[in-house]
Ligand binder design. Structure first.
Ligand code: RRO
Length: 292
């Protein structure tokens, strides 16, 4: 068992927020999904205070080593999530981490307080890659601003608080340090890298103009950022970025992560979480003896 902020998890592999729809998967695979759930904790897609339709299409662009998404946070809003999704997610056989995003510290604190009241929710993950409505900067990209926001949110819950960091910043380790000193129990990284694709007419292809690059293309960026953060903070780290195999997960653990989240790979293989956890076990056993 792995201890993560007081949660006992079966193995190190969780999903990246927004990359595995457990409710749709349950519809498709039935109770079989519950019997062999691929992740040791489930991270919800990002929830905002009010419902959002998301970005206009197109929302995806495939690259040589991954994909760019411009989904734009479509979700039912907090009330819709609590009423419709939470009862279904509570049936999953693993702890539930709810991911929330707000444009201000007040919004994030309100979302976190609402999650805090629900026993079905084991932990809260703050997605801080949203542009600040006042400054236009991503809230999580500026250490001093991030510290203020996490300080505002911290009193809203006694549950584990994970801050999901953006890689689109000058110094991700400074952001991690700011989150830690404001009371975060863990940090997760990396979210997607801002990217753009042009259509045949030379204009941005994605409805949101830019999107987030994920998949194998960002794996070594994730590794560098996780290592940089691990050198600067002592809270546990969830390593995320382009993991497709147990060996990739093992690299993130060796760089300092406690858990590893799998995202883009689950679009190709919905059971990737179980496979990667199994491979990771084999990899760790073999690596004890390099000649095995
Ligand atoms: O919904 C999205 O477009 C989205 C989000 Br909230 C995020 O955190 N990362 C990402 O790549 N896409």
């Amino acid at each position: 068992m792995i201890d993560f902020c007081g949660l006992s998890l079966e193995h190190e592999i969780v999903n990246g927020s927004g990359t595995f729809d457990a409710i749709a998967a349950r519809r498709a695979f039935g109770d079989e999904l519950l019997e062999c759930f691929p992740f040791s904790a489930f991270v919800s897609k990002t929830i905002t205070l009010h419902p959002r339709a998301g970005n206009p299409p197109p929302r995806l662009w495939e690259t040589a080593g991954g994909m760019i998404n411009s989904i734009g946070l479509p979700n039912k809003g907090l009330a819709g999530y609590l009423e419709h999704d939470l009862p279904q997610l509570a049936e999953l056989p693993v702890p539930l981490i709810t991911n929330v995003m707000g444009a201000t510290g007040e919004e994030l604190a309100e979302l976190t307080a609402a999650c805090s009241e629900r026993p079905e929710i084991a932990a809260v993950e703050l997605n801080v890659s949203c542009p600040n409505v006042a400054t236009g900067l991503d809230i999580g990209a500026v250490p001093a601003e991030l510290e203020r926001v996490v300080e505002q949110v911290r009193p809203a819950t006694a549950k584990p608080l994970i801050v999901k960091l953006t890689p689109n910043t000058a110094d991700v380790a400074a952001c991690a340090q700011a989150a830690e000193s404001a009371g975060a129990d863990a940090v997760s990284l990396i979210n997607t890298l801002r990217a753009m694709a042009l259509g045949p007419d030379g204009r941005p292809w994605l409805g949101g103009r830019t999107g987030g690059l994920s998949g194998p293309a960002i794996r070594n960026v994730a590794l560098a950022q996780v290592a940089a953060v691990a050198a600067r903070v002592s809270v546990p780290i969830v390593g995320i970025g382009g993991v497709q195999t147990g060996a990739h997960a093992f690299d993130l653990l060796r760089a300092g992560a406690t858990l590893v989240a799998v995202g883009t790979e689950t679009f190709r293989d919905p059971a990737a979480g179980s496979r990667i956890a199994r491979e990771l076990g084999e990899n760790a056993a073999n690596s004890a003896n390099p000649f095995a």
